[in-house]
Design a protein around this ligand. Structure first.
Ligand SMILES: CC(C)(COP(=O)(O)OP(=O)(O)OC[C@H]1O[C@@H](n2cnc3c(N)ncnc32)[C@H](O)[C@@H]1OP(=O)(O)O)[C@@H](O)C(=O)NCCC(=O)NCCS
Length: 171
């Protein structure tokens, strides 16, 4: 199994992985909109002898601080592994390869919406713990607040912030 950058020839296979892993097409539509908006900052695939069995997308996100300053970061997701191949470390390999790819770049933060039990292993913590929130979350669902997580490659000054995903997410 090889983790590599996606190319156009992979798009059909990526859609199949997303649609089966999520059991609906919303995520593959988001990915298609990100590509057409040139907001596909990094798209990786897990390639097993020519079969696409996993995928992860990173796209631009921003965090507006209370000071009015804007931090530039990246949204992680969607990430998916074809159901028959899950729990073999492929999701982790995709996420780690993506995070490593951006290590030389001045990415202020990564954000993800997902299970804290899964993303904690990659250094994500609930955004709410440092007073950051996802713009689409009105705070009424505590589980949502825990699910929206950030990872800071470098220390940042304390202070509240509101994170926006790229408009292709439709949020
Ligand atoms: C989430 C996903 C990408 C993980 O990929 P994977 O290759 O199966 O994951 P890995 O093999 O790296 O890790 C497996 C571990 O993740 C855990 N895990 C997977 N999904 C999880 C979830 N939703 N909540 C908590 N833990 C989860 C497994 O229980 C397993 O735990 P263990 O290591 O303690 O045994 C994959 O399960 C998937 O495609 N799920 C459906 C789509 C989805 O929910 N995507 C994420 C939305 S943000």
């Amino acid at each position: 199994m090889q983790i590599r950058t996606a190319d156009r020839a992979d798009y059909f296979g990526i859609k199949a992985v997303l649609d089966t892993a999520f059991d609906q097409p919303d995520e593959s539509r988001i990915v298609e909109r990100l590509r057409s908006d040139d907001a596909d900052s990094l798209e990786l695939v897990a390639d097993h002898h020519g079969d696409i069995i996993g995928t992860v997308m990173f796209s631009p996100a921003s965090c507006e601080l209370a000071s009015g300053d804007i931090l530039r970061g990246l949204g992680l997701g969607p990430v998916a592994v074809t159901p028959a191949q899950q729990s073999k470390g492929i999701g982790a390999a995709l996420i780690e390869a993506g995070l490593e790819h951006f290590a030389p770049y001045p990415v202020a933060f990564f954000c993800v919406l997902g299970a804290p039990d899964y993303y904690a292993r990659f250094g994500f913590t609930p955004a709410i713990e440092r007073g950051w929130r996802w713009a689409a979350d009105d705070g009424s669902i505590p589980e949502m607040q825990q699910a929206f997580q950030i990872r800071l490659p470098r220390p940042l000054p304390a202070g509240a912030g509101v994170i926006h995903y790229h408009p292709a997410f439709g949020l």
